[in-house]
Design a binder for this molecule. Structure first.
Ligand code: ZN
Length: 257
């Protein structure tokens, strides 16, 4: 399952928003089992890139993404709502998280290794605060559990487009805007392993609890996404592991692993 080129999703904004959502990790309520197969080639080199360098690169990629998307001012209703939803979760273990809205019909959200979390206004329109918080908690889980970091490191080490920029010394050199854009799209369309997704769901449940919210919001968020896209067709129906996901969320709510 490869990622959709961004231009495709832009060109056909409304009808293809579904496809865009379904390739993103957070909002589709499904897994991509092929993600695990992408891991491997870069494993031996994995230790050669420093975490700081990957995070710095993520920050630059986030800046590039911000410049290519519509980020509303903090006075905007969506910005205010996001700030309210994410209150109390601006820092995890010393890592500062930064949240921004992208004005877009896409029902999506994504995170990057440096603590960047972006939430599309389409997602905020699609669900109430507690469900949006669940999805955001899931994204923060990908940061906290270093999935986003591993994903970007993997991309830098295995994609030949970055070969010249990655040095033996463990740093990432200067990247072009286009390369940073590629890294940003990779984050938007991240394909995580089933294990990573389940862990991020568990993190979201724990986050909801910690903030005094109903942990069932995580389950309801997935139900909302399913109802938006129907149960009969498309991507969701081809991923039977979706049931397993809901089952695991219930187990996390019940305190079982
Ligand atoms: Zn995810």
């Amino acid at each position: 399952m490869s990622t959709l080129p961004r231009m495709f999703t832009r060109k056909f904004a409304a009808p293809v928003a579904l496809a865009a959502v379904l390739t993103g990790c957070a909002a589709d309520g499904s897994f991509d089992s092929s993600a695990a197969m992408n891991v491997g080639a870069g494993v031996l080199q994995a230790a050669t890139l420093s975490e700081d360098s990957v995070k710095q690169t993520a920050s630059l990629a986030a800046q590039q993404m911000d410049s290519e998307n519509k980020v509303p001012p903090s006075s905007n209703a969506y910005s205010k709502r996001l700030a309210k939803i994410t209150q109390g979760m601006t820092n995890i273990d010393g890592l500062n998280l930064n949240f921004k809205v992208y004005l877009s019909e896409e029902i999506n959200a994504f995170a990057m290794a440096d603590g960047t979390v972006r939430v599309y206004s389409g997602l905020l329109d699609a669900m109430p605060d507690d469900q949006a918080l669940a999805v955001i908690g899931h994204e923060v889980g990908h940061v906290k559990l270093k999935h986003s970091y591993q994903q970007m490191q993997q991309k830098l080490l295995t994609d030949s487009a970055f070969a010249a920029a990655v040095s033996v010394g463990g740093t990432v050199g200067t990247l072009t805007q286009s390369q940073l854009g590629q890294l940003g799209y990779a984050a938007v369309n991240a394909q995580f392993s089933q294990k990573d997704e389940l862990e991020a769901d568990q993190y979201a449940v724990a986050t909801l609890r910690k903030l005094g919210k109903d942990p069932y919001a995580m389950k309801r968020a997935i139900e909302t996404l399913q109802s938006k896209y129907g149960s009969g067709g498309g991507f969701l129906s081809s991923h039977p592991s979706n049931d397993k996901r809901v089952e695991k969320i219930q187990a996390a709510i019940d305190g079982k692993k």
